[in-house]
Ligand binder design. Structure first.
Ligand code: URA
Length: 436
């Protein structure tokens, strides 16, 4: 086969065969095809699309560029959740211990913050000592001991995705439904899971802003998971406002612990219970999602989920002191408050800008090598539909970066649209589809 011919074929809008896709991906992973040719192929694919078959072949090829973890020796069902990314979305930290406490294994391979969105690994690393780069044998042994483990992508897992993701990032080819599908699913399928709950976000803080685009991504992810015989429950959920109130790595751990302690953080609790309930149902510990939700509530009220979280942290090398003494965590040098400058109703929230503000305070990376400040972030109080008075507290910021403060304060004030007319509160869960 000749890479130039295959690039031309995709450039001219034709379907590539499974063998052709395998040839390109596997040879690229082995360093036998240069990046400039794969970049050209990516742009041709971005513009002309990959159909459902090509997407499944691409996923398969990226998956088999590495290992599929064999979890047969771990008793019981193994179910994971994947979110397409948002602002303040800390549900993984809440649902992993809930679902493990309910007797369903949760082997989770997570990512770091990407653009304006936070990443589970960065959040967990806000806990001193917590290790996310664990080898596969330790991964299995932790899963066997406590029913949940949360790590990052290792070099054995979907190495083609690691290479191609880096190329997409610098060739303006990230926002492609087939590429996002293959990237996410090649990693999730490598986990050795029986089923997957998908949380596809839609709105101002999501990668897909419109409902139609989110629905198309949800379809593509679901079809690919089903092509690999996985049970799937797919949610489309709102990301027009941050989930919960805390944004930033330690702040999100803090809010997760509060939820596990039984605090009722409306939207965050509702979504965490739904996703946990769906996972418990897929793991055959509940006959339906509502029954799974009842079990999830019990795991919180009995304290079992919180204890499970502490167990996971200990097994992954983390220090549980601050989780038991939340107010003792080191503080940022700067803590400032932002107040509403006019009265009215919150009509719209630009969650993308809030995510970027958190990154600028030190909670994310502006460049690949940047070190994250785990303490940095935002507590953001408004929700769409809420009435506010002039002078009400709308946000608190935490940072060590003196130079970022004025800019971020302006950005946060501008991120909410206040009008005289009351807006309807947003519907958090837009759709749920089960494929068992
Ligand atoms: N997350 C991934 O792992 N890959 C993408 O392409 C987008 C989000």
């Amino acid at each position: 086969m000749n890479p130039v011919e295959l690039i031309r074929k995709k450039r001219d809008g034709f379907q590539l065969t499974e063998e052709e896709i395998n040839y390109l991906i596997l040879r690229y992973t082995r360093g036998k095809i240069p990046s400039y040719q794969i970049s050209a192929l990516l742009m041709a694919g971005f513009l002309n699309g990959f159909d459902a078959k090509e997407t499944a072949w691409l996923t398969r090829s990226m998956l088999y560029s590495g290992k599929i973890i064999n979890l047969k020796s771990v008793k019981g069902k193994k179910i994971d959740k994947h979110s397409t990314g948002g602002v303040g979305d800390k549900t993984s930290l809440i649902l992993a211990p809930i679902v493990a406490a309910a007797g369903v294994n949760v082997p989770m391979i997570s990512g770091r913050g990407l653009g304006h969105t936070g990443g589970t690994l960065d959040k967990l690393e806000a806990i001193p000592g917590f290790l996310t780069n664990i080898d596969l044998s330790k991964y299995k042994s932790i899963l066997k001991k406590c029913g949940a483990v949360l790590i990052g992508q290792t070099k054995e897992i979907a190495p083609a995705d690691k290479l191609i993701y880096a190329l997409r990032d610098v060739t303006a080819t990230v926002e492609s439904i087939p590429f996002i599908t293959a990237s996410i699913m090649s990693k999730k399928l490598a986990e050795g899971i029986d089923g997957l709950v998908l949380d596809v976000k839609t709105g101002t803080g999501a990668f897909m802003k419109s409902y139609d685009d989110s629905a198309a991504l949800a379809n593509s992810l679901t079809n690919t998971a089903r092509a690999f015989n996985k049970k799937v429950i797919t949610y489309i959920t709102d990301m027009n406002q941050p989930l919960g109130n805390y944004i930033g790595n330690w702040l999100e751990v803090y809010e997760s612990i509060k939820v596990l302690q039984g605090e009722k953080v409306d939207d965050l609790l509702e979504l965490s219970l739904h996703l946990s309930g769906a996972m418990i149902h897929l793991g055959n510990k509940a006959k339906s999602i509502p029954q799974g939700i009842e079990i999830a509530k019990e795991m919180i009220s009995s304290g079992k989920a919180l204890n499970k979280f502490l167990e996971i942290v200990k097994l992954q090398g983390g220090d549980t002191y601050y989780l038991k003494n939340l107010d003792k965590y080191p503080k940022s040098k700067i803590h400032e408050k932002i107040f509403a400058d006019k009265p009215g109703y919150v009509n719209k929230i630009d969650s993308f800008e809030i995510g970027i503000a958190s990154v600028e305070l030190g909670g994310g990376r502006l460049e690949m090598e940047d070190k994250i400040d785990p303490k940095a972030g935002i507590i953001f109080y408004p929700k769409i539909g809420m009435q506010i008075k002039k002078g009400d507290l709308i946000a608190e910021i935490f940072t060590n970066k003196t130079g970022a403060v004025d800019h971020v304060k302006k950005k946060l004030s501008a991120s909410i649209t206040i009008t005289n007319k009351k807006a309807e509160p947003v519907k958090l869960i837009k759709s749920v589809n089960t494929y068992k």
